[in-house]
Design a protein. Structure first.
Length: 609
């Protein structure tokens, strides 16, 4: 994995050039240059970099493949898409989707009252709004107000009680009635972690009997002309296309039957989300078995085939693929604070005037090691280390001798790995796995990568520089939370190798990719670590600009957000300090200034990186 699987997951969005990872777009800036430009303003800790051109690219790709499929199959319906706000509600993301998607009339999907208000305020005129999830009378009334305000809004009912509420609101108010959709409960289920979104035991959707009852309720209320859409969703991150094809056949036939039952205004099928994103870095573990081309072709062909067989006009097609649109646009950059083997640097050797014979032999092995003898000398070094440990346990050598032995053997192993990096033996590969390096990253997995912690979701990770040298250290990543779950352990089946860096002398940055979907909205303030600083990077032909800076919450604001009174906290801290008898009045002023500076920071570590 010399290129960290870049050809597998990056969709040509990034390339390696001059030892750095760069944006494969226009002036092609490097992530390292962008990172250093931000850090030059005294920004420490992790940061989120947003690239709106990648959202634009995903929207364009989605529409172009559906347009291609529509042309090739002589399909008569249109293609439409909305972005589910639950995937990422952050302002920079929503702004990028609505502006970059304006050409395609890209809309928004809401699943709560707050999201509906957001959709109403951010959706361009004429773009679609769909409303999913459980709804009370207030939320349904908001949808009526949205329709009254001129929005092209469709409310998807999840149960007959919601439809009864719609009918009641329509009969008691003069507000414009929104379009009505029905979520159908399919027998077909999806695949992957979220397969339970489909099937007869799914959380949402009406059964066949309930659908028929809903049609009758609409007829009796003279609202059948507002029924315009059926909706289904078989799961996020669909790994296999076969369940989707099965679901399309089932939904297509339901649609055709409803048209025959007199639902003349029914004109759309919303296939939900689920279009998978490639998160894996290793060729043996792809996230999906289909391409976007196959996905679009399958949807268009199957729906057209069913409608032609039933003699029904082709429906408009809607999708709600949020992960596909937003995942790739965001990159988490985090500094490495420490390698836990730093204690094995040769400069820490402290030899005596008279060293034990085995220590002297290790010194010679370390000095004379070369490409020809490295395997033999490595074996000797490992044997000597075991002997020295035994001698220590028996009291024949002291702690300084043991320290020298550990440093010498560690360096012999590293040198052997370097010498054989182009053609490693099985023994060396096993040794790499055994002697894992722990990299301490200045970030919280719970805050920035919650799906890794909660679901075991992998994310592409790689250094953003040093890419012209071979990484040889089997890497485990530790975050700075005081929780043992805050670790991305080394997986021999999906190995991550990183560089051997002295963080006392040089910076080392890791990039976590495809983190633009769900991670920010699900991130938690474990240990009260807050959202990283975030920046939007706009790239043109000659340079780039850094805009939309959103700073992390400072420590007092974090405490205030969970219910503490930050003014009371600050007052108590100042009072205790000023009353202290342990420092002089002059020292109190400087200490108070230092305290106030710390309280204005975000809580991520600043001592080194």
């Amino acid at each position: 994995m010399n290129n960290f699987g870049l050809d597998i997951w990056s969709n040509k969005n990034f390339i390696i050039q001059d030892g750095e990872i760069k944006l494969n777009f226009k002036c092609m800036p490097s992530l390292l240059d962008i990172t250093n430009a931000i850090r030059s303003k005294d920004v420490k800790g992790p940061m989120i970099l947003r690239f709106p051109h990648l959202i634009q690219r995903q929207i364009k790709t989605l529409y172009s493949y559906f347009s291609k499929a529509i042309d090739e199959n002589s399909y008569q319906g249109s293609f439409n898409a909305v972005f589910p706000l639950k995937v990422n509600q952050f302002p920079s993301v929503v702004e990028a989707i609505t502006t970059k998607g304006k050409k395609y009339n890209y809309g928004l999907e809401a699943g709560s009252k707050a999201e509906l208000i957001l959709a109403m305020s951010q959706t361009p005129n004429g773009a679609n709004i769909t409303v999913n999830g459980f709804k009370d009378t207030e939320m349904l009334t908001l949808a009526f107000i949205a329709a009254q305000s001129g929005h092209n809004i469709t409310v998807t009912i999840e149960g007959l009680n919601e439809l009864e509420s719609i009918i009641d609101i329509a009969s008691t108010s003069s507000l414009k009635i929104p379009n009505i959709g029905i979520r159908i409960r399919l027998h077909s289920a999806g695949s992957g972690i979220w397969a339970k979104s489909g099937g007869m035991d799914a959380k949402f959707g009406l059964t066949s009997t309930e659908i028929i009852e809903a049609i009758n309720l609409l007829k009796n209320a003279n609202l059948l002309d507002r029924f315009s859409m059926i909706h289904f969703h078989i799961g996020s991150q669909m790994s296999d296309i076969s369940p989707l094809k099965k679901a399309l056949r089932e939904a297509g036939n339901i649609y055709a039957e409803l048209k025959k039952m007199g639902a003349n205004s029914l004109s759309s099928i919303n296939i939900g989300g689920g279009l998978a994103v490639e998160y894996n870095q290793h060729i043996q573990s792809h996230a999906r078995n289909y391409s976007i081309d196959e996905f679009a072709s399958s949807v268009v062909f199957l729906l057209g085939e069913i409608m032609d067989a039933k003699g029904v006009k082709h429906p408009d097609i809607f999708t709600e693929s949020g992960r596909y649109i937003s995942a790739s646009h965001a990159v988490l950059i985090t500094p490495v604070l420490e390698l836990f083997s730093q204690d094995y640097q040769e400069k820490l050797l402290n030899f005596k005037k008279n060293n034990p014979p085995l220590i002297e032999e290790l010194k010679e092995l370390n000095r004379l090691l070369n490409n020809t003898n490295c395997i033999e000398y490595l074996h000797d070094a490992l044997d000597h280390m075991e002997s020295l440990f035994t001698l220590f346990d028996l009291g024949y050598i002291d702690l300084q001798d043991r320290s020298n032995a550990e440093i010498l053997v560690h360096n012999i192993i590293k040198k052997a790995l370097y010498l054989k990096s182009s053609n490693p033996t099985n023994e060396l590969e096993q040794l790499q796995t055994k002697l894992q390096e722990r990299y301490l990253i200045n970030a919280s997995i719970f805050q920035s990568l919650p799906d890794y912690w909660g679901l075991g979701q992998q994310f592409p990770v790689m250094p953003i520089h040093y890419l012209n040298t071979t990484p040889i250290r089997a890497a485990s990543l530790w975050d700075i939370t005081c929780d043992s779950d805050g670790e991305i352990g080394f997986n021999p089946e999906k190995p991550l190798y990183l560089h051997d860096i002295n963080t006392d002398e040089e910076d080392y940055f890791l990039g976590f990719f495809n983190v633009g979907a769900y991670q920010e909205t699900l991130g938690m303030n474990h240990n009260l670590f807050t959202h990283p600083n975030e920046y939007t990077i706009n790239i043109n032909d000659t340079d780039y600009t850094i805009t939309n800076e959103i700073k992390s919450k400072n420590i007092l604001d974090i405490l205030d957000s969970i219910g503490y009174n930050k003014d009371s906290i600050l007052k108590k801290l100042k009072t205790d300090l000023l009353k202290s008898d342990f420092i002089t009045e002059k020292e109190k002023s400087g200490t108070l200034s230092k305290l106030e500076t710390f309280l204005e920071q975000n809580g991520y570590l600043r001592t080194t990186n």
